[in-house]
Design a protein around this ligand. Sequence first.
Ligand code: CP
Length: 342
Amino acid sequence: MNLKGRDYIETQDFTAEEIEHLLSTADALKVAFHRGEHRLELPHQTVYMLFFDKSTRTRNAFEAGATQLGAHAHFLEPGSLQISHGETAKDTGIILGQMGHGIAIRHDLIPEVGNAYMREVAKHADVPVINMQCDVDHPTQTLADLMTIREHFGGDVRGKKIAVTWAYAPSYAKPLSVPQGLITLMTRMGLNVSLAHPKGYDLMKRPMEHARANAKEAGVKFEVVDSMDEAFADADIVYPKSWGAYDLMLQKRDTTSDAQINSIEQECLKMNANHKDWICDERRMKLAKSNAIYMHCLPADRGSEVTDAVIDGPQSIVFQEAENRLHTAKAIMACTMRERPF
Ligand code: CP
């Protein structure tokens, strides 16, 4: 299968067979990494990593992953580029594409902006563009999540139930892209998905439509409930995490005054605080299957989204999940940037 030159912006842009190919490549690269074998699939190549937001896992997965494949990753922030003086996505895409072999972008905090920015870069760049998280999807995260679920359950995950639920966080209004990415990818790969959130935390319309259509095609269930307990009931996988109220995030996007932006952020946190009981604790874990696993993309707000007892407990696989960010990032770079099919 040849994915060379393909942009990886949403998993929905890839067929189930192409997703399988990326996963099997990640599996092979993981085995090689643990054996200490060098897999220099991208010698002397350059990948530009453009971060409009902070990152621990994604940046280091891509930067370390590029090095391990024989490539070099440049860390770029808009503030130190001419983007801060208004250089367009088109011009940035053409120029970086002329000089390197891949462009990876994180632009996740502003609804209706990040995905469009990446697609504009991709339209004009002659190299693959990889989405390191936008407002719509976090496709490198969800690929790692799927890899982790398959590793845990031994490959056959069709028919498993995953609870994708909102959880309380006091830190900041987090993007919607992880739950949106999960409901689209997991339904397509044959998992039953129960999405739970309090009133006012609806996801974007397009990923919801994709999830409904994917579930129908795969013959699995996609339900939306307003109770964390209901979503957890008999789940094989629980994935509780916080996200911001979309309507408030849109208001923030359309505001230019720092004082107003701060006031909207405070309103988001105040709204979150009405739902402090949306925490993943040991009582809730007992509602899921006895062998259920706890997942989180991290960073987690410990004590708010999840108790220490759960995230550090025997059902948690968050660190295996985080490690798989490396192997999946490498698979995506190797498959899309390599001269010959992987
Ligand atoms: N899960 C995730 O994307 O982590 P970072 O924000 O640290 O990259």
